[in-house]
Every structure is written in C-alpha cells, then in structure tokens.
Design a binder for this molecule. Structure first.
Ligand code: ADP
Ligand code: 3PG
Ligand code: MG
Length: 402
C-alpha cells in the first residue's frame, strides 16, 4: 500500500488526532438517544487501543448525521462519548466544541493514554466545505493525524482530507487498512456469477456506482428508495414514495446500458405500500407492478413485496459472489422489515462470498443475528461502493505517501 499506516508513526507522548466514523444508527428511548448498532464504534477500537497502549493522547473527531453546519442537539456526539467509555474502560473526555478554547483546554490536561472526543465536526460549516481555516483549527489540536473513518473516506471534508495539509504526518488506521485490503483485493476479480443488491435511501450517492458495477456484475437487484427512482423513470406510478427527481435521466441511461452489456438489471416486481411511515400504518402488498399499475396515490413504497423476494432469492441462490449495500425497505419499522430480513437470510444460506456494506445494512444483518454468517462486513456504505468502483477516495488520497 502506498500510504503510511499507524505503525509507521512514533506516537508516544504525542497528541494524535484520529478521524473515526461514529455515524451510528440511534433511536430515542424514554427521551434518551440510544445506539442501536455499535459496529462502527467497536471497529475503531483496535486503533484507539493501540494508540493508548503506545502512550499517545488520543483525540477523536467524528461526524454524526447531517446537521448542515450548525449545532443540532440530536446530533451531538455526547452519547457516543459515554458509550465509548463503557467499551474501553477508561474515561472519555467530551469537548462540547470541536475547535478553539474548549478543546484546547481539555487537551492541555491530557495524559498519555487518555481519550477525548470532540463534538460533531459537522456543527461547523467549514467541515463539509473543506475550509482550510477550519482544517487548520482542527490540526492545531494535535501533532499527528490518523484517518480510520473508512465509512467517510469518500468525503473530501476538513476532518477527512483538508486537515492533512496542516499536520506533519497523516496515516491510515487499522480499520481503514483492513477495509481497503479486503475490498480492493477480493472484489477486484470476484468469482462469478457476481450479484449486487442495492437499496437504501442515499440514491444520489449510490446510483452512479451502478454504471461501474456493470463492468463486473452479472446481475444487479434494486430495492429500497433506489427502486422508486427507476420506476418513476419508466413511468410507473409511485404515489408519494421517496424519489430523486433529478436522477431520472441517469436511471433511464442505466437501464439501456444494462441491456447493451447483457447485465440482468432487476427492479422489484411488487412492493409493500403504506399510508404513512410509522409503526401502525396501514400496509399491504401490491399486485404486480406494471407501467400503469404501481403504488397507490398518496401511499409510499416501504419494502419489496413477496414476489420480488422470491425472484431475488433465486438470483442469490445461483451466485458465487454477492455484494449487498442498502436495506431494501424501511427496516427500522418491523412491519416494513420483511424484505430486508429475507434478503439477509438468503445471503446467510448461500455458500457464496457475501460482502455487506453500509451502516444501515450492517445494522439490519446484526438485528437478524446473521452477521457471523457473512464473509465480510464493511463499515462503509457509499465509501465501499466508490472503492469498488475504482475511484480514488479523498480520505485516503490525502494521507502521507510511504
Ligand atoms: P447504508 O447505511 O446501508 O449505506 P443508506 O444509508 O443508503 O444505506 O439507506 C438506509 C436507509 O434507507 C434506512 O434508514 C431505510 O429506512 C431507508 N429506506 C429503505 N427503503 C426505503 C424506501 N422504500 N423509502 C424510503 N427509505 C427507505
Ligand atoms: C455513512 O453513514 O455512510 C457515512 O458515515 C457517511 O455519512 P454521509 O453520507 O452523511 O457523508
Ligand atoms: Mg446509512
């Protein structure tokens, strides 16, 4: 690998700024924010523990949700600091601001092996703008920089990329190293048939990757909100379903390209439609979706339907390599989780190499207690797709060359 890693740094006594991906799924329980899946936090422990053992002062930076450049209480990282404390059995200081006097004061009192978590970097507009002044303010808090946030490595933001201009050395952490090794190794030449399942809600992030995946995949199965955009592009009525209206041309282009390349490109043939997105909503399985018959007016597609599940199960059963990114329904609501669970079970049954990517997809697999049946679980959603696509990830490119 052309970039230096954590092992190349002399960290004893140094203030090491570590970018982690603590963008974990949460839910509100009795007015408190509870973490529903801690995979991303646990996966950063090898890096955090190594640095502590080596006598570094560990300063963690992370984003949480999309607060759009200003403080939003529900996106505070404080609950994550408390949670991390229970995992490492050492206090985790929490800095209520990301840069400036508050963190400077806390960090000046740190001893070797101590850990501080800074408040959400996205509370500042300079983070997503990759503003050099904000990058410099972050860099000022430490001596060395480590990027272990694989899940955010496709973002060219201040804490993932810009900061490297203002520190002496920037290295990849152990999680970053592990993810890159596996995803660029195993998936460079996947055993065929190679089947990709794409769903979730971040359509504009993920739709572009489909073109690149066509070069490798034998079949691409679409679910989640992604399906609505393709349906809409083909004139299928989608009611009030979530859709990305500016991607319709791209969606049509992708369908044409699949025909040219002979890639089986499958859209759901039915759906679960609901009158609202909440537990207790009225939901029902639609009949076959056609150009004239889709989702009822005012209703939303919330899951793939039974006919789609069996169609996709057949594809999965014949595959040698399967990549799954993005839940096929709003699985957080149990009534809309059937399709996602059925896909997870089909992958668990398969003898193929199974690779799961994305914070929410991984959560779904863990909730179904099937994680140990999968070959590789990636902490990256969009990041893993872009890596597989062969794109250079800004969070990796910015690190110091070996
Ligand atoms: P990942 O985290 O696995 O990369 P995304 O973040 O792209 O996946 O998307 C996950 C989200 O997609 C989930 O919170 C889920 O509720 C949502 N989702 C799935 N299907 C639909 C749908 N039909 N309509 C709206 N949202 C959906
Ligand atoms: C993710 O959850 O996929 C990563 O943490 C990146 O989050 P983002 O899509 O809000 O940049
Ligand atoms: Mg997600």
């Amino acid at each position: 690998m052309s970039k230096i890693t954590l092992r190349d740094l002399k960290v004893k006594g140094q203030r090491v700024l570590v970018r982690v991906d603590f963008n974990v799924p949460t839910e509100e329980r009795d007015g408190q924010i509870a973490i529903t899946d801690d995979t991303r936090i646990r996966e950063s422990l090898p890096t955090i523990n190594y640095l502590r053992e080596q006598g570094a002062k560990v300063i963690l930076m992370a984003h949480f949700g999309r607060p759009k450049g200003k403080p939003v209480e529900k996106y505070s990282l404080r609950p994550v600091a408390d949670y991390l404390h229970t995992l490492i059995d050492h206090p985790v200081a929490f800095s209520t601001d990301t840069v400036g006097k508050i963190p400077e004061e806390i960090i000046s009192h740190m001893n070797e092996g101590d850990v501080t978590l800074l408040e959400n970097v996205r509370f500042h507009p300079g983070e997503e703008a990759n503003d050099p002044a904000f990058s410099e303010a972050l860099a000022k808090l430490g001596d060395l920089y480590v990027n272990d946030a694989f899940g955010a490595a496709h973002r060219a933001h201040a804490s993932t990329a810009g900061i490297t201009k203002f520190v002496q050395q920037s290295a990849m952490g152990f999680l970053m190293e592990k993810e890159i090794k596996y995803l660029s190794g195993e998936l460079a030449k996947p055993d065929k048939p190679f089947v990709v399942i794409l769903g979730g809600s971040k359509v504009s992030d993920k739709i572009g990757v489909i073109k690149a995946l066509m070069e490798k995949a034998d079949a691409i199965l679409i679910g989640g909100a992604m399906a609505n955009t393709f349906w809409k592009a083909q004139g299928v009525p989608i009611g009030a379903s979530r859709v990305e209206a500016d991607k319709l041309d791209l969606a049509r282009e992708i369908v044409e390209l699949a025909k040219e390349k002979g890639v089986r490109f499958l859209l759901p043939v039915d759906a679960v439609e609901a009158d609202k997105i909440e537990a207790g909503a009225t939901a029902r399985n639609t009949s076959r979706v056609t150009e004239t018959h889709g989702i009822r007016e005012g209703w939303q597609a919330v899951d793939i339907g039974h006919a789609t599940v069996s169609l996709y199960q057949d594809e999965i059963a014949g595959a040698k390599t399967i990549l799954w990114n993005g839940p096929v329904g709003i699985f957080e609501i149990p009534a809309f989780a059937e399709g996602t669970i059925a896909i997870a079970e089909a992958l668990a049954r398969s003898d193929a190499t199974t690779i799961i990517g994305g914070g929410d997809s991984v959560t779904a697999v863990k909730q179904a207690v099937l994680a140990d049946k999968m070959t590789f679980i990636s902490t990256g959603g969009g990041a893993s797709l872009e890596l597989i696509e062969g794109k250079e990830l800004p969070g990796i490119a910015a690190l110091s060359d070996r």
